[in-house]
Design a protein around this ligand. Structure first.
Ligand code: NAD
Ligand code: DAU
Length: 352
């Protein structure tokens, strides 16, 4: 029997990889992509599958209390994979309310719609909430890792909003028996990453010989995972994860920001035929991010042990692939930088 799967935030960075994977891999699923097309949503990410018979795009806001239940009534969803969110920490510092609205209220609105539509008949149903390692707070440079039982200690409005949404998801499981699963992932990188985030921003600036802004001294550590490996983990957890469980997903791949950017500069010099060392001259240390978390590092052994997932790529290889993608898809990057992507799709969906 055909299954109807709702994916929220499918026009964004990670969501578009998940939508493409599911549409191509599961011809017996109808994939409904619900996305508000905020600044971060870009339907160009989905060109490859936009005409697939098992794919539908619905423009809409997860905070809309009429639209979301109506969508559940229209499609009778069997499963939800919830990625829609405000995702950028710096924006959460200047506009926290947008994060509370989408990440907290929007998530609860979806939980309510699922609870009301499924009416206690949860056979074959699943609500999968995609979260972040940032809910666990920050680690010292002491070799420790975030595990699934690490106490929540978010520091930014972004991570506080994601932590809050995680708590609501668990509350709906414990209170109403909603069949939920949660995963908390480390920093993703790869194709279609919006150039406000460190790696694509640096690629764009290096290309145009603009300064690369490094917050503070560049000593903060992130655990980088290739986005395709995250999408694979989401597929595995959605199908094989246990109800009520949390799974950590990470690359076991820690880099200080400054070392990462130095490596990226070397790769870009090679690819652009520049003298080695030329791009590194663009590195510019700027005022630190407020409340900047020192280090994130994920222990993903539960996911590896119980569900058999592991990262597939070494970082150097993944970073080269990512640079290649941005250099081969100049139009994608230019359309995002000059805003053309938004004008085009906003007009197309203006009345929806
Ligand atoms: P993104 O910002 O690239 O994409 C977010 C998408 O959600 C966009 O398409 C946007 O239009 C849509 N959206 C935003 N508000 C909406 C609303 N109110 N209604 C409907 N759609 C809305 O984000 P991303 O980096 O792809 O992250 C996706 C999810 O994964 C988020 O929940 C994020 O917290 C989580 N996550 C991200 C990372 C990472 O490194 N990027 C790591 C771990 C977890
Ligand atoms: O850990 C998972 C999280 O990773 C996700 O939940 C978030 O949605 C995602 O945006 C990402 O958050 P970060 O804040 O770690 O990513 P960002 O790319 O913004 O920054 C990575 C590091 O680089 C961080 O230490 C801040 C630093 N930085 C960032 C920018 C944009 C700079 O030094 N300069 C910059 O210009």
């Amino acid at each position: 029997m055909k299954k109807n799967i709702l994916i929220t935030g499918g026009a964004g960075f990670i969501g578009s990889h998940v939508v493409r994977l599911f549409v191509k891999k599961y011809s017996d699923y109808q994939i409904v992509n619900l996305d508000a097309l905020t600044y971060a949503g870009n339907l160009e990410n989905l060109k490859e599958i936009e005409n697939a018979p098992n794919y539908v795009f619905e423009k809409g806001d997860i905070t809309d209390e009429k639209f979301v239940p109506a969508l559940f009534a229209k499609y009778n969803f069997d499963g939800v994979i919830h990625l829609a969110a405000e995702s950028h920490v710096d924006r959460s510092i200047t506009d926290p309310m947008a994060f509370i609205k989408t990440n907290v209220f929007g998530t609860v609105n979806l939980l309510n719609a699922a609870k009301d539509a499924w009416k206690g008949n949860f056979e074959g149903k699943r609500f999968y909430h995609i979260s972040t390692d940032e809910v666990y707070g920050a680690l010292e440079n002491d070799g420790t890792f975030f595990v699934e039982t690490t106490k929540y200690a978010p520091h930014s409005p972004y991570s506080a909003s994601k932590a809050s949404s995680d708590h609501f998801v668990r509350a709906y499981h414990d209170t109403y028996g909603l069949p939920v699963v949660v995963s908390n992932c480390s920093n993703n990188y790869g194709a279609n990453h919006f150039p406000e985030k460190l790696i694509p921003l640096a690629i764009n600036n290096i290309k145009h010989k603009k300064p690369i802004p490094i917050y503070g001294k560049g000593e903060n550590v992130r655990d980088w995972l290739w986005v395709n490996d995250h999408a694979r983990a989401i597929d595995i957890i959605f199908h094989n994860g246990k109800d009520g469980q949390t799974y950590n997903i990470g690359g076991n791949n820690e880099w200080t920001n400054i070392d990462l950017i130095r490596m990226l500069c070397k790769i870009m010099d090679k690819k652009l035929g520049r003298e080695q060392g030329e791009s590194a001259k663009l590195i510019t240390f700027v005022t630190d991010r407020a409340g900047h978390d020192l280090r994130y590092a994920i222990d993903s052994s539960k996911l590896q042990r119980e569900l058999g997932w592991k990262p597939s790529l070494q970082f150097e290889e993944g970073l080269e692939k990512t640079v290649d993608w941005y250099l081969e898809n100049e139009q994608w990057l230019d359309n995002v930088i000059n805003g053309a992507y938004q004008q085009y799709y906003q007009q197309q969906y203006a009345n929806r």
